[in-house]
Design a binder for this molecule. Structure first.
Ligand SMILES: [Fe+2]
Ligand SMILES: [Fe+2]
Length: 162
């Protein structure tokens, strides 16, 4: 059984993951409005992944016989003007999520809740990847995205994400 503390942290994390999905959909909408359909599709896929993360934690809570009161999801932040802005916010946001995962991991370790610790291993790796990808996208944008033709090519490339 999970402690009340771990349970609460995990329930909050479900919300944080769904919020991430909401945030990335908001970014997708911004790009779609600008006609950057590759970026829009890339961020929609990113949003789907975040929802998956939330469901993964939800399933773990159920497996541990925990109830999951669903809290409201906040409206996504970010009034974007330039195509680079969501990319910067994405990196900052992923770093925040990493910090949240680390808090749960630390709490699980302190309580000797090894099962939760091991469950979170996947998320520790995933966050490393997410931060790396977010940074790589900023770097690519710096190289290609500033000019019209480069931006067009980058948009095309991002549209190919499976
Ligand atoms: Fe996530
Ligand atoms: Fe993420």
């Amino acid at each position: 059984m999970l402690s009340k503390k771990i349970e609460k942290l995990l329930v909050d994390q479900v919300n944080a993951e769904l919020y991430s999905g909401y945030l990335y959909l908001h970014m997708a909408d911004f790009y779609a409005e600008k006609g950057l359909m590759g970026f829009a599709s890339w961020f929609k896929k990113q949003a789907e992944e975040e929802v998956e993360h939330g469901l993964k934690i939800r399933d773990y809570l159920h497996q541990e016989n925990s109830v999951l009161p669903l809290a409201p999801i906040a409206a996504p932040e970010g009034d974007f003007k330039e195509p680079k802005e969501p990319l910067l916010l994405q990196l900052a946001h992923e770093k925040k999520v990493t910090a949240l995962i680390n808090v749960i991991y630390k709490a699980a370790r302190e309580e000797g809740d090894y099962r939760t610790e091991r469950f979170l291993d996947w998320f520790i790796d995933e966050q490393a990847e997410e931060e790396e990808n977010a940074l790589a996208l900023i770097e690519k944008f710096e190289l290609l995205g500033k000019e019209g033709q480069g931006l067009y090519l980058l948009d095309k490339e991002l549209g190919k994400r499976e």
